[in-house]
Design a protein around this ligand. Structure first.
Ligand SMILES: NC(=O)c1ccc[n+]([C@@H]2O[C@H](COP(=O)([O-])OP(=O)(O)OC[C@H]3O[C@@H](n4cnc5c(N)ncnc54)[C@H](OP(=O)(O)O)[C@@H]3O)[C@@H](O)[C@H]2O)c1
Length: 356
């Protein structure tokens, strides 16, 4: 039987670029070596560009219905509105769509899949579309899924420290530009308004505030009652993936001047008492999780050490002093890999494994 053809829609973006690298790496490593031809798709602006995947140069084609001819699985790495319009077009042509945007995540007829947590939901896709969670939620899921299986998760508090690349290639470029502007002036950041003066009143078109030399207590867009879209995604998508519809969730999502890698300070409460050493062992055995937790050797997870790698890293694991049912921990995941492209690639492989 011939190998399935895979399409990457949004191949030129921040996630799409990682997608091509991850598909190639996995094929070379023999982990996800299931694909035949690759079709690279982006906007008409990028048509004709040549990009490398599976060690071959491919020409980018513009998004159109015909671009999906002969495609078996399409990974969508495009803005929400593009997915909303085009994922159904591809699905109607018989393509299994794996979408990275927020367009379909909460649709009850679209499974929201994290292969380490809820792999069996992948075959229940009446719309022909499978959704990926947002990168902040995804960073926690392999670890929380494993702890939930053992102890029963009932409450989750999280404070995120989110990287600029969560806002795509534009976010990456913007933070580098800001660093260049502020570098060399050692007076900045020590007086009121200094950083804004250097970067312009708005600080940044992408983040709406200065990000270099700063933290911004808002990630995503404003929603009702002072919550942001990112904070609501953690709650709604976390509940759906873990299969806990009444999970109590509260979070504050913060943007920090890191390029790649979302971090989360997590306080999780369970139905049964927890033990930090036992939790560490559960996490060490959990697929997709790497424990970096040795206070005696200053070992804990940080984006500077983990960017560009696959696992969800967990450290600072400790039982809450005042509550034997709660664990505190620090979780770091690469938002462009497990938070986006890697999870899509794993779902695509799962789809093939379970028979398209
Ligand atoms: N960055 C993250 O950490 C992250 C994590 C999880 C999920 N996501 C989601 O993944 C998706 C892609 O994000 P990104 O960060 O990779 O964005 P990005 O860097 O801005 O890339 C967007 C991609 O979409 C393409 N595109 C835009 N408009 C199009 C159109 N009308 N027709 C066809 N292609 C079009 C672009 O093609 P051109 O280059 O031709 O314009 C580009 O390839 C978004 O839904 C985002 O929310 C991102």
């Amino acid at each position: 039987m011939s190998r399935p053809t895979i399409a990457v829609v949004g191949a030129t973006g921040a996630v799409g670029t990682q997608m091509l690298a991850i598909l190639t790496e996995r094929a070379e490593a023999g982990v996800g070596d299931v694909w035949g031809a690759a079709r690279l798709i982006a906007s008409p602006r990028s048509a004709g560009r040549r990009l490398s995947v599976f060690g071959r140069e491919e020409t980018v084609v513009a998004l159109s219905p015909e671009a999906f001819d002969g495609v078996d699985v399409a990974l969508f790495d495009v803005p929400d509105e593009v997915s909303a319009e085009w994922a159904p077009v591809a699905a109607e042509r018989g393509v299994v769509v794996i979408d990275k945007s927020g367009a379909f995540r909460m649709d009850p007829r679209v499974p929201l899949v994290v292969p380490e947590v809820n792999p069996d939901t992948v075959t229940d896709r009446p719309k022909g579309i499978i959704a990926n969670a947002n990168c902040t939620t995804l960073a926690m899921m392999p670890a929380l899924g494993a702890l939930h299986r053992e102890y029963g998760l009932v409450k989750l508090f999280a404070a995120s420290y989110q990287a600029a690349s969560g806002a795509g290639q534009a976010g990456i470029d913007d933070l580098y530009d800001q660093y260049e502007t502020v570098a060399g002036d050692r007076t900045l950041g020590q007086t009121p308004g200094g950083v804004r003066k250097a970067l312009g009143e708005k600080g940044s078109e992408v983040f709406g505030a200065p990000l270099a030399m700063n933290v911004v207590p808002k990630a995503g867009s404003w929603k009702e009652d002072g919550w942001t879209s990112e904070e609501l995604k953690i709650r709604n998508e976390g509940r759906k993936i873990l299969g806990i519809p009444d999970l109590a969730v509260s979070s504050t999502c913060v943007r920090v001047p890191v390029l790649v890698g979302h971090s989360l300070a997590v306080h999780a409460t369970f139905a049964s008492e927890v033990d930090a050493d036992a939790a560490r062992k559960i996490l060490e055995a959990a697929p997709g999780v790497t424990v970096l937790d040795d206070p005696s050797r200053e070992i804990y997870p940080m984006p500077a050490d983990t960017a560009g790698t696959d696992p969800t890293y967990v450290g600072r694991i400790r039982r809450a002093i005042d509550d034997p049912y709660s664990l505190d921990m620090f979780i770091v995941g690469d938002n462009l890999r497990k938070g986006a492209a890697l999870n899509s690639a794993q779902i695509a492989e799962l789809v093939v494994e379970r028979g398209l």
